[in-house]
Ligand binder design. Structure first.
Ligand code: CTP
Ligand code: MG
Length: 250
């Protein structure tokens, strides 16, 4: 009955644009990765934690390795074990590498360090669904924007704007999907083992883990996510997260 948690921090943070790995950027006074690790630990769902760090990062002062070492030093008597792996070129590749380091667990949660403020209740809802028998479970929230499908036009209208609306998608049936996503370890490992033969472009298109199981016919259960679980992608997200950290709801 062991549960592993993968914390993905191997991305470069191109869209945030700070010139350092996104997980190392400060949110309030601490690096994003530290917030993410604190959230995992506070939720008490993990027996083992594996953190994927940027490919080629050498340990040393001012690195994500150091963030992990400091965190470990502060939790010497913890019940969980924590280790690091080198991430890959794509998110899916980083997940695959972390899964290899978690052999022996029964269940696994895959979490983006880029979502540093996930409430403990969300971790627990995902973990509880796995214990209840789900092989795949994702946290999600309703979509608040009206979503339209567009088509790039090459006709005469393209002089005004090349995009034209082709349709609407009823938003009641849509969900914005977050992490941590939970899986039976065996099911997720098998899906990633098959995905290793994809080319880079196909691998880039795997933006979450649930889609790998959906394509294998595994039912993916949906539990309530949280607006606090926002992903830090662009600078405005960092400002929002800082507001959440300090705000009256924190
Ligand atoms: N990630 C990873 N390994 C990669 C790419 C992404 O572990 N090769 C992780 C990121 O660290 C992040 C999560 O996957 O926690 C979601 O990815 P994203 O938000 O795209 O982060 P980055 O890839 O770092 O950002 P960008 O795409 O803007 O460069
Ligand atoms: Mg990315």
């Amino acid at each position: 009955s062991r549960t592993g948690v993968v914390v993905l921090a191997a991305g470069s943070g191109q869209r945030l644009g700070f010139g350092i790995p996104k997980a190392q950027v400060l949110l309030g006074e601490e690096p994003i990765l530290r917030h993410a690790l604190a959230g995992v630990v506070a939720a008490s769902v993990a027996d083992r934690i594996v953190v994927a760090l940027p490919h080629g990062e050498k340990p040393g002062p001012g690195t994500l390795h150091e963030v992990v070492e400091v965190f470990l030093a502060e939790h010497r008597d913890a019940e969980w074990e924590l280790s690091v792996v080198e991430g890959g070129a794509t998110r899916a590749d980083s997940v695959a590498r972390a899964l290899s380091a978690l052999d022996g667990v029964e269940r696994v949660l895959v979490h983006d360090a880029a979502r540093p403020l996930v409430p403990v209740q969300v971790f627990q809802r995902v973990a509880d669904a796995l214990v209840a028998g789900a092989r795949a479970v994702i946290p999600a929230i309703p979509v608040v924007d009206t979503i339209k499908q567009v088509h790039t036009s090459h006709g005469a209208d393209a002089d005004i704007s090349p995009e034209l609306v082709t349709g609407n998608i009823a938003r009641e049936s849509l969900r914005a999907v977050q992490t941590p996503q939970g899986f039976s370890y065996a099911a997720l490992k098998a899906a990633h083992d098959d995905a290793q033969y994809l080319d880079d472009k196909q691998a880039e298109a795997i933006t979450d883990d649930a889609m790998l199981l959906e394509s294998r016919g595994v039912p993916v259960h949906v539990v309530a996510g949280s607006t606090y679980s926002l992903k830090i992608t662009t600078p405005v997200d960092l400002i929002l997260a800082e507001g959440l950290l300090e705000g009256p709801l924190a």
